[in-house]
Design a protein around this ligand. Structure first.
Ligand code: SAM
Length: 489
């Protein structure tokens, strides 16, 4: 029983991390080891790691099976509380259904007897789930090469109007529906072979990550682009029209640049002009090559001018007097990304769109915290500078700033520093209200960050600033962790 009790503590810790931070930071191995130290666990950490990592990977499926079996609703009470913990039951069910031996590793015990009472129902629900998901084994649904932390719950695909005759996206949708005939109403219900029509971003669809899409002709022809949902927010919020001129200041590999192009040129029929209305800046020459390739695949080479170099020194405001809008998606800590490897591998991109994240080491937590803080401060200062430079362009009236970070240092705090800046105030920039930044998206910025600094503002005013910001939690919100805010004047 100690083995399951100790493993329960580790699972409880993992759940609380997700609750607090929206993700588990660090490798599972390191977490198990530090939990074993913290809770003075006697069980062999290797055994705990084996069950916890597998259980964590299959958790969403095990939870579905357990819910359907009714095992969670009939737990006997002890002193007014459930006698068995939900997570201990999860571990037992895991071993009964998914371990090699299909046995619960303990002698006679009431909790074991309780789970065994449900053995037939649980096994039946497992079979039903496999049939529903069209797999012979649940391992086909999870990432077996990694810990499972590196896979998106949904693969998001965007239809690219620029590669379609007359920009008619319905032709491609018809093709997609042949491959994914089952339409589901929530991304959480996506299973192999099904498709979800996103409610926030037009032309965006969710499919199951195990469904192979990169070998499909639509993908090869650039008619669909794999792009995380939250990463589509900036171009959607900027919403440039055919009259706008846009700079994407940090553009490689080009997901947002091509999405901006879809907005500007997507509504004009195929005879669209060769005018350049998008200027893409990219500091890294190698990544600029990837950007060029992506723009070519997306069919918008003639409408985008690529400038290789540092946006803050290369782009002079007086040379771009007519620029109206900006996409500003600078390098960040990447703390919201879990599936970068997967997405980049699929898009055949080079893996460096975030600042380098050091490997895990054996440093103490305090040293790590200090290093992280220092790194975040450096990033925040660079992020502030680059947005401020964009704000100095004379005709710009909309700037969408975004990161794939969950840290407020790179998000709300950068917004605050900008709002406090004398020049930024002089130029007349403010945070655009919620109504202009996907109002139906419920997760917004952190109000307390604004309250702490703007002591002269009312609670409502701070709430309005927080509401102007969008946050997405990794996995929980269907993809990467993300932050976006729109400045306007
Ligand atoms: N917006 C891109 C997309 O959606 O595909 C991802 C951008 S990535 C987060 C940040 C990019 O900014 C990196 O390619 C990095 O090399 C580039 N970058 C960083 N600092 C820059 C600067 N000062 N000027 C131009 N590009 C910069």
């Amino acid at each position: 029983m100690n083995f399951y009790r100790d493993s329960t503590w580790v699972l409880e810790f993992l759940e609380s991390e997700v609750e607090k931070k929206g993700r588990v930071s660090g490798s599972l191995q390191t977490i198990v080891l530090s939990c074993c130290k913290r809770y003075k666990i006697q069980t062999n950490p290797k055994h705990i790691y084996a069950i916890v990592s597998s259980c964590w990977k299959y958790k969403p499926y095990l939870e579905k099976i357990m819910k359907k079996s009714g095992i969670l609703t009939a737990i006997p009470n002890k002193k007014g509380k459930p006698a068995y913990s939900r997570l201990t039951l999860l571990l037992l069910c895991h071993d009964l259904l998914l371990s090699k031996s299909k046995r619960i590793q303990m002698g006679k015990h009431p909790i074991k007897e309780y789970v065994l009472k449900y053995r037939t129902t649980l096994k039946g629900e497992l079979v039903k789930l496999k049939v529903k998901m069209k797999v012979s084994d649940l391992s086909q649904l999870v990432d077996t090469t990694e810990s499972g932390d590196d896979i998106t719950p949904v693969r998001w695909i965007r239809i690219n109007p620029l590669r379609i005759h007359n920009n008619d996206t319905s032709i491609v949708l018809k093709e997609l529906l042949k491959k994914f005939p089952n339409k589901v109403n929530s991304w959480k219900d996506v299973i192999p072979g099904s498709i979800y029509f996103d409610e926030f971003i037009p032309n965006l669809y969710g499919i199951h990550p195990s469904d192979k899409i990169t070998s499909h002709e639509l993908y090869k022809q650039g008619k669909i682009i794999i792009q995380d949902r939250a990463s589509c927010f900036p171009a959607h919020i900027l919403n440039p029209s055919s009259d706008d001129i846009v700079i994407d200041a940090c553009s490689a590999p080009g997901n947002k640049t091509t999405h901006v192009a879809a907005h500007i040129y997507g509504s004009t029929p195929d005879s669209r002009s060769d005018t350049v209305q998008i200027y893409a800046f990219e500091k890294d020459p190698e990544r600029a090559k990837i950007l060029q390739k992506m723009i070519k695949t997306a069919g918008c080479s003639r409408n985008i001018e690529i400038n290789v170099g540092d946006f803050t020194t290369l782009a002079k405001p007086e040379q771009f007097k007519n620029v109206t809008g900006f996409i500003l998606d600078p390098s960040c800590s990447g703390s919201g990304i879990f599936g970068r490897k997967t997405i980049d591998a699929l898009n055949n991109q080079k893996d460096s769109n975030t600042e380098e994240v050091p490997e895990e080491d054996d440093n103490t937590d305090e040293v790590k915290d200090e290093q992280l803080q220092e790194r975040l401060n450096k990033l925040a200062s660079f992020q502030f500078q680059i947005v401020k430079h964009a704000m100095s362009f004379p005709d710009a009236n909309k700037i969408v700033y975004s990161t794939c970070s969950i840290h407020s240092e790179e998000n709300e705090k950068v917004v605050i520093d900008l709002l406090l800046d004398k020049k930024v105030k002089e130029w007349g920039w403010r945070v655009a209200p919620r109504e202009k930044s996907i109002p139906t998206w419920s997760r917004r910025g952190f109000k307390d960050e604004f309250k702490e600094v703007f002591t002269d503002k009312t609670d409502e005013e701070c709430q309005a600033l927080a509401d102007g910001c969008i946050r997405a939690l990794p996995k929980e919100d269907g993809g990467i962790g993300f932050f976006a805010v729109c400045f306007e004047r």
